[in-house]
Each structure stands twice: as C-alpha cells, then as structure tokens.
Ligand binder design. Structure first.
Ligand code: HEM
Length: 474
C-alpha cells in the first residue's frame, strides 16, 4: 500500500469498469471469497472502480470507488435488498428494517425512527452502563478472558434489555445469544452456497434448531408484553424499545402487526449486537498493540472518569476515545460487505449492468483504498477530527467523507449509529479506566469474515490500573 494518497477521483463519471483476474472455471471467484475474502476484496481496486467478479456462473459487480458506492446506496429502488442473502435472512429472521426490500422500507423506517430519537438515548445509556459495570466488576486480575465472547455477551444483554426492559431473565438472554451466534456463524456460507442445507448434516440441524429457539423466545416475549398491556408498560415506564414500537403509528395511523413487531425485534438484535461487539473487540485489540494510543486513552479516561463508569454526559469529554473507536471502525468495519440486486438494466462506470445482477458494496474496500486514505492499513486515530481539542482542525476528517462509511449511506444508513457509538465509547472508556489488557496468546489475531467481520479469537489478560478501584457506580 502507498504511503502517499492519490488525489481522490471525485466523480462517478470518471470511473472505469474492469474484470477481476484469477476466476476458476465453473466456480469463478467463490474459492477466494470463501478462503481469503479480505485479501481478495482488497486487491480489487487495483483493477478498476467497478470490478466484475464471478460467483460460480453468476457475475457480481464490486464497487471500488466511493462516489459509485454513494450513487448505488442512494437508490434503493434500482439497487434493492433482494437476492439469496436477503431471502435467507428474511426466511430465518423475518422481514424487518435491516432485511426488508425497498417496497416495504419507507413505512418500516417511519415506524422505527421515533424509538431512536436523541431524547431516548439517556435511558438506553443507563442500560449500557449497568451492563458495562457487570463486565468490569467480573474480571479478575491476571485471569484470561475471551474478549470476543465477553463483548458479545455485553452487547446482546444491552440489546435485549433496551428492547424488552427487565422482563427477560439471564437464562433467556443466554439462549437468545447462543441461537443468534449460531445463525451469524452460518449465514455467510448460506448466502454464497444456498444449497448447503439440502443435505441434512449436524451443522444444518444445529442451524435449524438455533432458529427455532430464537423464534420461540422472541414470539413469547412479544406476546407476553401484548398480553400484559398497561400493567407491563407501566412497569417498564414505556421506556424500552418494544413499548415504543408498540406505540408507533405510520402515516395512516396504523400500528405494527404482531408479525411486524416480531420481525423488527429480531432484526434489531441481529443488526445491533454483533456489529457493536466486534467493534469493541477490535478496538481493545488495537489499543493493546499501540502503546502511544493506549497511553493517550489512559490519560484521557483518568482525567474524566477517575476509575468510574462513563456516563452519557462524559462522551463529549472523551475525544480521543471517540477517535480510537472511529479508527477501529475504519480498519475493521463490522458490516464489511453488503450486497444489492439491480431491478433494471443500468449504466455504472460506463458499463451496462443487466437487471438481476449482484452489486457488492464493501466499506472494507473503501476504508482501505490507498487513493482515499493516507497510509490506509495503519492505525492512526489522530486522522479523525471530533472538533474537540484537535491540534489540527484543518486535517481532513474521514468521518464526513464518502470513503468512510462504517454505517452505510443513503436511505438504509444505520438507524442505530448513535446508539452504537455511545455504547462503544462508554464501554471502551470504562474498561480502560479500570483495566489494562494484554494478549494472552502468541497466535496472531485474524479477521474472520462471517456476516460480521469478527476477530478469530481474542484472549486477553486484564491487570488492574489502580491499586484500589472505586466501586462501580452504575
Ligand atoms: C458498530 C455498530 C454498527 C455498525 C457498524 C452498523 C452498520 C450498519 C450498516 C452498514 C447498515 C446499512 C445496511 C444496508 O445498507 O443494507 C446498518 C443498517 C441498520 N442498522 Fe446498524 N450498525 C451498527 C449498530 C447498530 C445498532 C446498535 C442497531 C440497533 C440498535 C442497528 C440497527 C440497524 C438497522 C435496523 C439497520 C437497517 C436500516 C435501514 O435499512 O433503514 N445497527 N447498520
């Protein structure tokens, strides 16, 4: 990768189409996507701005230029969420906001948006703080922790408790988490090889069982809340997400049906839990391996938190923590690849693309593109500007550029972006205020591209940063 950025090529009209080399007869580039998808994707921008690959006999077009990506993501009617990945996800988890096609999207987004208003964030942040306090209190000096599991447990607990309030017990949360984990491990392979379940294997049976458990729990929780009506709403003060979804009305005054509620709940946990947990896991890994960034983080959290759990009000006073999270999202965007399917013939980068073609949007490609990010593979939190305490306010800020899109762009842009940034900032600051983490394994940590880009295995050893940590105050 080059150390000097090429000037951004700014318009989609200047873009050029190309074909990726190295496709195999019959299977095309599938072996690359199954074995080493990241290095394969990372190699594509060298060939062009819209690069044709082959998924078996089918062509797919990968967007390797931010302006082309912006154009595609802005037009959900032409570039729709249909095709094998979405059909598989809808069959498994339902037709919710993160999986629905364009035809259903506007109504669903209108119904969901109020639950994500800024004024509700303080309540959600309290739930996050309680979950984070449990984690930092549970760790023992020197005892190895599996960070991927710990962060997944934290973010599923936060997702379930913000959705359902305190109605769900720890046992149910555990079962929901395990079934979601099995689904997330299986969905990427099923998108590339839809026939994988046609032969029953222990794997496919486990996958089917996990989905059945998932459906049973979600259906029961939603039905209980409906049946509990006013009593239960009073108990939760109507402050959890589910109460807000039950109260939501569309343009015609219509409420969500039972089925819609079920699907939205499933999709919110699906879209919100592993994305957030893998961001946290990557961030803790990056911090442990970059002593200067770690020192700056410790100095900031010591000054602001004094060993306590971060609150929502602390977030603006944690600019370095925020930059570290953003840089982690740039290097390891959890939603690393998002497909679309063309609903009509369309011209892209001077090439005719037929209706029914697969288009691939990949934040990973755009974030690592040497033409748009200086020294793209290096962890440099200072490249981001938060506007607070920046020594160089004129530095370009990837946050506002179309080549930095961890939360997507256009009408489908993540509805939970502020929620996720709040949760990751509170968690990173609170963990760093109490613990220093060091790798417990000499094995290198590799990215595993499942439906979410996750570290392979991340075992770390916490040591206390202060002799007498203050009692958790969440
Ligand atoms: C670091 C954490 C997260 C990342 C990186 C992330 C990333 C994304 C991306 C890239 C999209 C666009 C998908 C597309 O265009 O098809 C998206 C959509 C979505 N996200 Fe997130 N997300 C995160 C956390 C969350 C959280 C915490 C929630 C919910 C509480 C959430 C709920 C959703 C939903 C419902 C959509 C669909 C939006 C729509 O189509 O209108 N996400 N997310």
């Amino acid at each position: 990768m080059t150390a000097h950025p090429q000037p951004p090529r700014s318009t989609a009209t200047a873009t050029r189409a190309a074909r990726a080399p190295g496709g195999w007869p019959v299977v095309g580039h599938l072996p690359h996507l199954l074995r080493a998808p990241l290095s394969f994707l990372g190699s594509l921008p060298a060939h062009g701005d819209l690069v044709e690959i082959r998924l078996g006999p089918r062509p797919a077009f990968v967007l390797c230029h931010p302006e082309l990506a912006k154009q595609v993501m802005a037009d959900g009617r032409t570039f729709d969420r249909i095709g094998p990945l979405y059909e598989g996800s809808r069959a498994a988890l339902g037709n919710g906001l993160a999986t629905c096609p364009h035809a259903d999207h506007r109504r669903q987004r209108l119904l969901m948006q109020p639950a994500f208003r800024a004024e509700h964030l303080a309540g959600y942040a309290d739930v996050m703080r309680a979950g984070i306090a449990t984690v930092v209190d549970r760790w023992q000096p020197g005892a190895v922790v599996d960070i991927v599991d710990e962060m997944f447990a934290l973010t599923t607990t936060v997702a379930v408790r913000t959705l359902f309030g305190s109605d769900v017990d720890d046992h149910d949360i555990g079962e929901l988490r395990d079934s979601l984990d099995t689904f997330l491990r299986g969905v990427y392979v099923r998108a590339l090889l839809p026939a994988v379940d046609s032969v029953p294997t222990p794997n496919s049976r486990r996958y089917a069982r996990a989905l059945a458990t998932w459906r049973t729990h979600v259906t029961r929780i939603v039905a209980d809340r409906r049946a509990g009506g006013a009593d239960q709403a009073e108990r939760t003060d109507g402050h959890d997400l589910l109460s807000r979804l039950i109260a939501a009305r569309d343009d015609d005054g219509g409420a969500m049906t039972e089925r819609e509620l079920h699907d939205q709940v499933a999709v919110l946990i699906l879209a919100g839990a592993e994305t957030t947990s893998s961001t946290l896991a990557w961030t803790l890994h990056l911090v442990a391996n970059h002593p200067d960034a770690e020192r700056a983080l410790h100095a900031e959290v010591d000054a602001v938190l004094d060993g306590g759990i971060a609150t929502l009000d602390d977030v603006p006073r944690l600019p370095w923590t925020t930059k570290v999270i953003r840089e982690s999202l740039r290097l390891y965007p959890p939603a690393w690849v998002l497909p679309r399917t063309t609903t009509r013939d369309v011209d892209l980068a001077g090439r005719r693309v037929r209706a029914g073609s697969t288009i691939v949007f990949s934040p990973y490609i755009l974030h690592r593109h040497p033409g748009f990010h200086d020294d793209p593979d290096r962890f440099r939190p200072e490249r981001h500007s938060t506007g607070v305490g920046d020594s160089d306010r004129s530095a370009p800020d990837p946050w506002s550029r179309s080549s930095f899109v961890p939360f997507g762009s256009g009408p489908n842009k993540c509805i939970g972006d502020t929620f996720a940034l709040t949760e990751t900032t509170l968690a990173l600051a609170s963990i760093a205020a109490r613990w220093r983490l060091r790798p417990a394994d000499s094995r290198p940590v590799r990215p595993v591209p499942r439906s979410v880009l996750t570290p392979s295995r991340l075992r770390m050893r916490p040591t206390p940063r202060h002799a007498h940590p203050p009692a958790a105050d969440a």
